[in-house]
Write a protein that binds this ligand. Structure first.
Ligand SMILES: N[C@@H](CCC(=O)N[C@@H](CS)C(=O)NCC(=O)O)C(=O)O
Length: 230
């Protein structure tokens, strides 16, 4: 397969939980592209050293290397214009603003809701690195950061108001069809689904129905992935 994607894995090779890698995998599927996904752990920095940085996703397409999920989406859009991820230059700019909003408003509450489960799901060799790097980043222990999942879930549901308003009008964040902004928002839900039985959404929430639609896309790519039915 010409395309390869380094993809974060938990203890098991097939438990893939990175929200950023999920964006990239859905963008590839959206374009109808097949990629070999290579399981990667936080401590396997040597395996992606060729990319000049130490985060996944990393995409290799023939002799082209691209890292960062946003850069990967832009690369795919420009190289494979069929089935647009954005649709226009204006939509691409707005998707960038949406990405910043999702990362700053949505990732936090989801991480606080699932952190204890996420840590338990990690490969043993990643646990000391994850604990040390994240406790430094959060300024508290993992257990303190993830101590109130119920409150985090309430905060998440409140913060989702703008997308909920859109999703009562149209089936996707991008309107009648899914686009990269949908994959940006879906990433953290799939992050949670991969590692935690924590219920983030209630079935009467339009965001729940949207997530179900995303789970079904591309022959159930995300639904078939190892995770919890919540
Ligand atoms: N902005 C980057 C963020 C990528 C990122 O943070 N990836 C995490 C996995 S979810 C990672 O590789 N972390 C490596 C580490 O913490 O050492 C993107 O959108 O791709």
């Amino acid at each position: 397969m010409a395309l390869k994607l380094w993809d974060l894995a938990a203890a098991e090779d097939d438990r893939r939980f990175s929200p950023y890698c999920w964006r990239a995998k859905l963008a590839l599927a959206h374009k109808g592209l097949q990629a070999e996904t290579i399981p990667w752990r936080f401590t396997e920095k040597d395996a992606i050293a060729f990319s000049g940085q130490d985060n996944v996703p990393v995409l290799v397409d023939g002799d082209q290397e691209v890292h960062d999920s946003w850069e990967i989406a832009c690369y795919l859009e420009d190289k494979y214009p069929v089935n647009p991820l954005f649709g226009s230059a204006q939509a691409r700019s707005l998707a960038f603003v949406f990405k910043i909003w999702v990362e700053s408003a949505v990732h936090g509450p989801i991480l606080r809701a699932i952190l204890v489960d996420l840590f338990a799901a990690l490969h043993e060799k990643d646990k000391p690195y994850f604990r040390e790097s994240r406790e430094k980043r959060f300024g508290k222990t993992l257990e303190e950061f993830g101590s109130d999942p119920k409150k985090a879930v309430q905060e998440l549901r409140t913060v989702l108001l703008p997308v909920r308003k859109q999703l009562v009008q149209e089936p996707f964040v991008c309107g009648t069809h899914p686009g990269f902004a949908d994959y940006i928002l879906f990433g953290p839900f799939q992050w949670a689904r991969a590692v935690s039985p924590q219920r983030l959404l209630e079935p009467d929430d339009p965001v729940y129905a949207w997530r179900e639609r995303l789970l079904d896309l591309y022959d159930g790519l995300a639904r078939k992935a190892k995770g919890y039915e919540v």
